[in-house]
Design a protein around this ligand. Structure first.
Ligand code: SIN
Length: 286
């Protein structure tokens, strides 16, 4: 197994490891340590069945079943299909998933530990792969805050929600409506603005453009202004890693340490097909 760090404050690449084979505990520990250090890891050249993708993902914890049940891989409810592909006139997955900065499942009480996204088809134009994914380090964002702002934020909590974001993304009606029953499973939740990583204790700035829509107990306009200031800080160019996909990349990220955004620079009939598993996490704390 070879490891190479990216030039950014996050991101690393692993080659020479076949995840279709059992991973021994020493190697797995190295992977976890790297994840907690760099926030994003790409395992290149993986040819995995759905079962193998799920089996490796389960090494990190229980897997979540996404609320958008119409976008789950038939027969594999642990796999969320992220794709622009249309079959028989119907989208086979979430066509516009994550095209805004977010941390997966920050809108639930126990935000996700991490996600594992496997590239099965990527859009190519003139030899260049499109549909890159951007990552920003929420740990680096915390480290580089002015001390006075760190102190102020350490007493604040923010409100995260999914329903309003789903409706924003669904303005063209492509996703299908979430039922009242589905919506009732994702009520708004509060998380500390400065959160500690559940395993390493490292502090991160835990608000994101996608799902954080208010500061608890703060006037709406004042809260929005502060949130916007933090979103701009988190996504400064120096804090970003841009992932250029290859078919067979399994990209894993830590949803506490980093945020991500999918870039939509391709259109049908170019095809992009990704399978995502999402590892459950624990309640956030300061
Ligand atoms: C996601 O937010 O999980 C999707 C990211 C991507 O499609 O690049």
């Amino acid at each position: 197994m070879r490891i190479q760090h990216s030039a950014a404050p996050l991101g690393a690449e692993i080659t020479g490891l076949d995840l279709a084979q059992p991973v021994d505990s020493k190697t797995f520990q190295q992977i976890e340590d790297l994840l907690h250090d760099r926030g994003v890891i790409v395992f290149r050249g993986q040819d995995l069945t759905e079962e193998q993708h799920i089996t490796f993902s389960r090494r990190f914890g229980d897997l979540e079943i996404h609320v958008a049940t119409q976008c789950l891989r038939p027969g594999y409810p642990e796999i969320l299909v992220v794709s622009n592909v249309i079959e028989d006139g119907k989208p086979i997955g979430l066509a516009d998933a994550g095209q805004y900065w977010h941390s997966d499942l920050s809108y639930v009480r126990n935000p996700s530990r991490g996600s594992l996204l496997l590239a099965r088809e990527v859009p190519v134009q003139d030899g260049r792969v499109l549909g890159e994914t951007l990552f920003a380090s929420a740990a680096y964002a915390y480290d580089t805050l002015p001390e006075g702002l760190k102190a102020r934020l350490s007493t604040l909590t923010a409100v995260h929600g999914y329903g309003y974001r789903y409706e924003l993304q669904n303005s063209a009606g492509l996703r299908g409506k979430l039922s009242d029953q589905q919506l009732s499973t994702v009520p708004d939740v509060h998380h500390p603005v400065i959160r500690r990583h559940p395993i390493t204790g490292r502090k991160v700035l835990f608000v994101n453009e996608g799902f954080t829509h208010a500061m608890a107990g703060m006037d709406q306009a004042e809260g929005q202004a502060l949130l916007q200031q933090l979103f701009d800080h988190i996504t400064r160019p120096e804090a970003l890693y841009r992932h250029n996909w290859q078919v067979g990349d399994l990209l894993m990220w830590d949803n506490c340490l980093v945020q991500h955004r999918a870039i939509r620079n391709y259109e049908w009939p170019m095809r992009r097909l990704m399978h995502r598993t999402t590892v459950a996490g624990v309640e956030s704390f300061q």
